[in-house]
Design a protein around this ligand. Structure first.
Ligand SMILES: Nc1ncnc2c1ncn2[C@@H]1O[C@H](COP(=O)(O)OP(=O)(O)OP(=O)(O)O)[C@@H](O)[C@H]1O
Ligand SMILES: [Mg+2]
Length: 454
């Protein structure tokens, strides 16, 4: 994944972007009963929204939320995006999570294509495959060197390797392709490895518990149990692909068959025909019990930026067999649906709203703001005096949490210019004087209207 996403007008998932301002968030911070701890997972307060999100996570994991959507609503800076990110963290790596921004989609000339592609990226297919493998802990390994006619020094001609499980042992002579991988992976006695018999691909799983000598004071390799059963066996592998991955390979194959010229012209464009084809492939695998669907999440931040065309597309998409869970966030109340004169809650059409479960976030108390700033300061390694923390809390209450969090870094720079490793109240005031929040910057524009360029 990840290759060429930008060129297709799609931003990679939230795991890679926005790491900075939400990097302190590791989860929803719920206990075993789904109750929100006051502070947990990097989140503070907002208990109802976090608990609701916890229910959503469970429904997603149980696969019971397909075709529905979630809307997170609340004033600016109340943690809507933060909660969406916490949902992604809770779901873990195996559930696809794709994040988009309403403004980006709206600005794209191929809005519905961008949406469709994101939907398919957010739809996982868990594929089970049984393969013949050789697996066990290495008890002996010897490389066979041979004189090459092309090199003055000997090259790897193969290897003799002995493997053992709890119940079995066997030795194999392998060719240079496998021997070179063993060498590259630095496979030694005591390592647990698996070799795919058909492809010859070698993987090192870790170091067997209680086997082999301790090599370093600090071992970074994972210690694992010695496998049981036969050395040579059939083993099940599970991979999660997205529908988009399958679309890409279908399109690539079509392009390969239609020759080089087509390759240059189409640049791997995925067509309707390709998508139909990959749906068929997936349906067939589902019928045969070789795969199962893993609906992931498509998150659209600032969803009020979308227009009617996007909304009806999403509403229709929710009805499809292969729909992920759509999570949206907005800070708008009653407003016009973009591009129309129709007023509607959150600027969204009614038939879409009818399909959404709504989670609301509320403004923070001083207590909560103080705690959030403390966590952020810790995350950014900005040491704060008590007075500085109070000043930032006040700014967070009066202006916005976002603004006060944003002042942390400038305040640190200002403090270090004074030669102080710690941020004091004066540094916070100085940062607030130098940097405007939104209200102030709008006032400035109003005041100097005739001088500004629009
Ligand atoms: N409950 C919370 N606990 C910890 N950090 C939080 C919490 N809520 C918000 N934050 C942090 O505060 C900042 C602003 O929050 P966020 O961007 O999630 O607000 P938002 O509701 O999405 O705002 P907007 O409507 O402007 O998009 C971020 O750095 C976020 O990580
Ligand atoms: Mg947001």
């Amino acid at each position: 994944m990840g290759v060429g996403l930008e060129s297709e007008g799609i931003r990679p998932s939230v795991r890679f972007v926005r790491r900075s301002i939400h990097s302190h968030i590791t989860g929803l911070g719920l206990d075993a009963h789904g109750r929100a701890r006051r502070v947990g997972g990097g989140l503070v307060g907002q208990e109802e929204a976090r608990e609701a999100a916890g229910v959503i996570v469970q429904l997603i994991k149980e696969g019971k939320l397909g075709g529905r959507g979630i809307l997170i609503v609340g004033p600016p800076g109340t943690g809507k995006t933060a909660i969406a990110i916490a949902i992604a963290r809770e779901l873990g790596e195996d559930t696809p999570f794709v994040a988009l921004d309403g403004s980006e989609i709206a600005g794209s000339p191929r809005k519905t294509e961008v949406l469709l592609q994101a939907l398919r990226r957010a739809m996982g297919v868990k594929v089970r495959e049984e393969r013949a493998v050789i697996e066990g802990v290495v008890t002996d390994i010897k490389y066979v060197k041979r004189q090459s006619p092309f090199h003055p020094y000997p090259v790897i001609g193969g290897a003799r390797i002995s493997l053992e499980t709890k119940d079995d042992s066997a030795s194999y002579t392998v060719g240079p392709e496998i021997a070179e991988q063993l060498l590259a992976l630095n496979v030694r006695k005591g390592d647990v490895i698996v070799i795919d018999v058909e492809t010859g691909a070698v993987r090192k799983l870790g170091k067997a518990k209680g086997r082999g000598e301790r090599r370093y004071d600090i071992e970074v390799e994972k210690e694992i149990e010695i496998p049981g059963g036969q050395v040579k066996k059939r083993k099940e592998f599970v991979r999660i692909l997205s529908l988009h991955d399958i679309d890409m390979s279908v399109a690539a194959r079509r392009v390969a068959f239609s020759g080089l010229l087509a390759l240059l012209e189409t640049e791997r464009e995925i067509g309707d025909e390709d998508r139909r084809h990959s749906n068929e492939i997936v349906k067939k695998m589902l019928d045969e019990g070789r795969a199962e669907l893993v609906p992931g999440v498509m998150f659209i931040d600032d969803a009020h930026m979308l227009d009617l065309e996007c909304y009806s597309f999403l509403t229709r998409a929710m009805e499809s067999d292969f729909a992920p869970i759509i999570v949206m966030a907005t800070n708008r109340g009653i407003t016009k649906i973009r591009g129309t004169d129709i007023e509607s809650p959150h600027g969204m059409p009614r038939d879409l709203l009818d399909r959404l479960l709504v989670i609301t976030t509320r403004p923070y108390t001083a207590e909560e703001i103080r705690e959030i700033i403390r966590i952020r300061a810790d995350e950014e390694d900005v040491p704060l005096s008590d007075e500085a923390l109070e000043a930032l809390t006040k700014i967070g209450l009066e202006r916005s949490l976002r603004y006060s969090v944003q002042l942390l870094e400038p305040a640190r720079v200002i403090a270090s210019r004074r030669g102080s490793p710690k941020v004091e109240e004066v540094d916070v005031s100085e940062a607030a004087r130098l940097f405007a929040d939104l209200k102030k910057s709008i006032e400035t524009i109003e005041r100097y209207k005739e001088l500004m360029i629009y």
